[in-house]
Design a protein around this ligand. Structure first.
Ligand SMILES: Cc1ncc(COP(=O)(O)O)c(C=O)c1O
Length: 411
């Protein structure tokens, strides 16, 4: 048959979008009730780390990861502007070709200073840092032992590397040990943990877990995405408060939370770590971060080293919000405040969406989280605090929660 002749019998092809029909129906069901779309919010203007105009309303932001309020820090903004003027808008290339500028080396030095570690490697996102490091170090025949509630980027890194994946019950040290005990003698083992788990805002028992991992000769990677900058005397994360920073092999982090921009990284003391720059595909086969981004990240990281006052105020905010919500009668993800994330558990998705809408109409933005991103099929309203929330803003947040909770019939 010639190429320009129409095919006579068009076969009934399978619509590859059919697998999304359940999600489409769920979404349409929610929107059919006339609800504002919780997954399509537009910030029309951002006024500060804690306030924005959303849907025409002045809104308190309680669902960003801007934990340390660095996005509008004058030194950070100035560093970005200067780098944009001096180096242009982008590198147009991979780190291993034309994409390593002075700024990339400087932000890596800032990370080595921040963590007091020998090596730092910057990726274009935290997602890519997990994807790259995990898939490169744990390959076919190796074993990855990981918490069942691990972030999607960790699971995707495991899938890409094709190691045997052995999940264990969330934060359960005994379950983790049981899995490690069963791994064949001599196999390569990597234990992956997170400092703070972002859905419930709970902290991992890293002291016990790292000790168990070491007992079985496993390497340890800790993702500190939600604790860097805030938790620990120097903001190094849960590894710092647990006293295990020298026992872990890799710390993964992101610039998209406390640092206040975008990017990801891995720091390590492993003597062969630098080889990663040549063998890690998500580092090699993508363009490097723009000069303005690495300049803002470097300035922010260096300022976070001296952020103890902000850290103290953020803890105060976390304690006040946790106590206030508990006193109002909401069910929370943790008994005590453990991080800057406080998760309010909703009875179901419908009530969760109604509550989310009542909050946004009242001038408060939080994250609505639902399965499969959440543990145990929970619907959550995730509140993430900022060091720049004032005491009176936390009071305002509680008043909005009280009004919405009564309106929707949750309290
Ligand atoms: C635990 C964890 N790791 C990694 C990431 C990815 O970070 P990024 O936004 O830089 O891709 C996230 C982002 O939400 C996260 O929560």
């Amino acid at each position: 048959m010639q190429a320009d002749q129409p095919q006579e019998i068009a076969s009934e092809g399978k619509d590859l979008f059919a697998k999304f029909d359940d999600v489409i129906a769920l979404r349409e069901g929610l929107l059919a009730q006339g609800r504002e779309d919780p997954f399509n919010l537009v910030m029309e203007k951002v006024l500060s780390p804690t306030r924005a105009i959303c849907n025409g309303r002045d809104t308190i932001l309680l669902g960003t990861y801007n934990y340390m309020g660095m996005t509008f820090d004058p030194d950070v903004v100035e560093a970005g502007k200067q780098a944009l003027a001096d180096f242009g808008s982008g590198t147009t290339g991979s780190r291993v070709l034309n994409g390593t500028y002075q700024g990339h080396k400087e932000v890596e030095q800032a990370l080595m200073d921040f963590y007091d570690m020998d090596h730092a490697m910057v990726f274009s996102t935290g997602y890519q840092a997990n994807l790259g490091i995990i898939s490169t170090i744990a390959g076919k025949g190796d074993y990855v032992v990981l918490d069942i509630d691990s972030h999607a980027s960790i699971w995707d890194g495991c899938a890409m590397g094709q190691a045997e994946v052995v999940p264990f019950k969330h934060n359960d040290v005994e379950a983790m040990e049981k899995r490690l005990r069963r791994i064949p003698e001599g196999a390569g083992k990597l234990v992956i943990l997170e400092g703070v788990y972002s859905m419930l805002g709970d902290v991992a028992p890293l002291k016990e877990m790292v000790a168990v991992a070491k007992k079985y000769g496993a390497m340890v990677l800790v993702d500190e995405a939600h604790s860097m900058g805030f938790i620990g005397e120097n903001g190094r994360g849960v590894v710092e408060t647990a006293g295990v920073i020298d026992d872990v092999d890799f710390i993964i982090g992101t610039f998209s939370k406390s640092v206040g921009t975008v990017g990801g990284f891995c720091v390590s003391n492993h003597p062969k770590f630098e080889i990663m720059r040549l063998v890690c595909r998500p580092y090699v086969f993508t363009a490097s971060l723009p000069p303005s981004v690495v300049a803002t990240a470097e300035t922010s990281i260096r300022k976070l080293m001296h952020g103890s006052n902000k850290r103290a105020h953020l803890w105060e905010n976390s304690r006040n919000l946790h106590k206030g919500l508990k006193d109002l009668g909401f069910t929370l993800g943790t008994d005590e405040p453990q991080s800057a994330i406080i998760a309010v558990i909703m009875p179901d998705l419908e009530k969760g969406a109604a509550m989310w809408e009542a909050l946004i109409k009242g001038g408060l933005y939080v994250n609505l989280a639902r399965p499969p991103a959440t543990p145990a099929n929970m619907t959550l309203l995730r509140c993430s605090l900022c060091a720049d929330h004032s005491e009176s803003e936390v009071d305002e947040i509680l008043a909005i929660f009280e009004k919405a909770g009564k309106e929707v019939g949750i309290i």
